[in-house]
Design a protein around this ligand. Structure first.
Ligand code: KIV
Ligand code: ZN
Length: 395
């Protein structure tokens, strides 16, 4: 797909990275997403969200942490049975955790261990050597069970690169299939993260996955840059929910790599709007109006110049390579303080009026006065203004 325009990006993809044709999406809404403070999904929530993800063609669904509780174990097991996607269960590098994940019947076990010194010392309370020993044992345990294995060197962006290389070589020899790169505390920047992906590429034969947190608002940019730098898969969550400021969001990462880089994810993006609403409801985390892709304002236009442009050609003030139809949403022209006559005419016509130019100007004046008092303009208000101005309704 090409970005249309006459500027810097004309007729080209931002990086024109011809080798990257496709990328896989690993969704962690039901695991990291559920770690959002004050959020918990019940069994039915997990089943419903997993079914939507599965229907859209997400490659991997991380359904939870089976060792956490009996209920979590059951939920992961049911998601594994009910979906076609690869189901993944999380496990620490602890034998009983790995066993629980395998028993839950997942297709992939995601084992993780801290590799930064700060977390090795003050969270795991162990040593670098012990982390390698336990990581190797956990990877072997999964591989021996014939289950796909993903390994995360947790806090990789604060990990000593030489030690990271040692860890990667050890888990490679133990049979790891995937290495995930968790920017656990969200300190990566796109160019540094790309360098990390390329560094890791040199030290593993496994496929590479990226997991970016949003502490500095760069999770999506980092995940996208990770893919552009050669990672095979991005971990995301719907609406970006997750620990603290959350994860790279599914909707942003999918739309950015598809629309801006022409990378095929195979995801049916038309399910995004519905999925986002369901996750907002079940998680109790509302979608901000200005959230990219899925926020109420993502395809809404109020100001006169923008609304008039979009009424004529939606690409004037939208990216064009991403439309509301692509995500299963609708565009809206909103009436408010910044409204111009084109938008008012459109609203009046949609409401069954055939106003003259003077009538449109008069109603526009009323709309602006009303909205300037911080009031929303409702359909009833519009009818009231039309009646005041004396416009007859045609239908
Ligand atoms: O952010 C993180 O480090 C994680 C790991 C469990 C992969 O979520
Ligand atoms: Zn995380």
């Amino acid at each position: 797909m090409r970005v249309r325009g006459n500027g810097f990006f004309q007729g080209t993809l931002a990086h024109n990275n011809d080798e990257i044709d496709d990328a896989r999406i690993f969704d962690t809404t039901l695991r990291d997403g559920e770690q959002t403070p004050r959020t918990s999904f019940d069994y039915d929530d997990k089943r419903e969200i997993a079914a939507l993800l599965d229907g859209m063609g997400v490659h991997v669904i991380e359904a939870g942490f089976p060792a956490n509780s009996e209920a979590e174990f059951e939920a992961v097991r049911d998601v594994a049975e009910a979906t076609d996607a690869t189901t993944c269960g999380l496990a620490r590098v602890v034998e009983s955790d790995v066993e629980a994940a395998i028993d839950a019947g997942v297709d992939m076990v995601h084992v993780f261990a801290s590799t930064s010194d700060i977390q090795i010392e003050d969270s795991m309370h162990t040593t670098r050597e012990e982390v390698i020993t336990r990581s190797v044992a956990a990877v072997e345990q999964v591989a021996d069970a014939g289950v796909e294995v993903m390994y995360s060197p947790m806090d990789v962006t604060r990990t000593d690169p030489e030690y990271l290389a040692e860890v990667l070589e050890a888990v490679d020899s133990a049979g790891v299939d995937w290495v995930n790169l968790p920017d656990t505390v969200g300190i990566a920047t796109p160019s540094r993260f790309a360098d990390l992906v390329q560094y890791v590429r040199k030290h593993t034969d496994a496929r590479i996955d990226v997991h970016c947190h949003d502490d500095f608002g760069m999770a999506t940019a980092n995940a996208v840059e990770g893919i552009v730098a050669g990672a095979d898969q991005a971990q995301v969550s719907v609406n970006g929910i997750g620990e603290r400021a959350g994860n790279a969001s599914l909707e942003e990462v999918v739309m950015a790599i598809e629309s801006l880089y022409g990378v095929d994810t195979g995801i049916d993006t038309t399910g995004i709007a519905e999925l986002s609403e369901v996750v907002a409801e079940k998680s109790g985390v509302p979608i901000p109006d200005n959230k990219p892709v899925v926020g109420k304002n993502a395809f809404s236009h109020e100001s006169g110049i923008h609304a008039a442009g979009v009424i004529e050609n939606s690409e004037t003030f939208e990216p064009g390579v991403m439309t509301p139809e692509m995500i299963g949403a609708e565009r809206s022209i909103v009436l408010g303080k910044h409204t111009g006559t084109n938008a008012v005419r459109q609203h009046l016509e949609e409401a069954g009026y055939a106003p003259t130019d003077d009538e449109v100007v008069a109603v526009t004046k009323r709309v602006k006065e009303h909205a300037a008092g911080k009031r929303r303009v409702t359909t009833d208000d519009l009818h009231e203004f039309a009646a005041d101005v004396g416009i007859e309704r045609e239908s």
